[in-house]
Design a protein around this ligand. Sequence first.
Ligand SMILES: [Zn+2]
Ligand SMILES: [Zn+2]
Length: 102
Amino acid sequence: MIETYDDLFVKQCMRCHTPTPTDREEGDVYCQKCASPLANRCTNISDDNFSNYEGCGVALKPEAVYCPKCATISLFAREQLIENKYPKVELVSNFEDDEPVF
Ligand SMILES: [Zn+2]
Ligand SMILES: [Zn+2]
């Protein structure tokens, strides 16, 4: 169980355990010490201004590995802040489109 505030921000950083400032400004969503995200969300977000597609991007509980609405991996899982016990098997047909895996 990961403790959060009412707005689903974690009470301390998932990586470096720095307490999340309660007086943080709106839009402050990353840890000031290690740049980890402080709130989990669906990573299905469209940043493409030329597309009409609207990503899901809903706020998720910190334990959520996948979005229950669209099955996209959560931000915390992508950043490896929480364990992903059941990684999706990707149907990889074109390696060039994939981000490098470290
Ligand atoms: Zn941190
Ligand atoms: Zn989603």
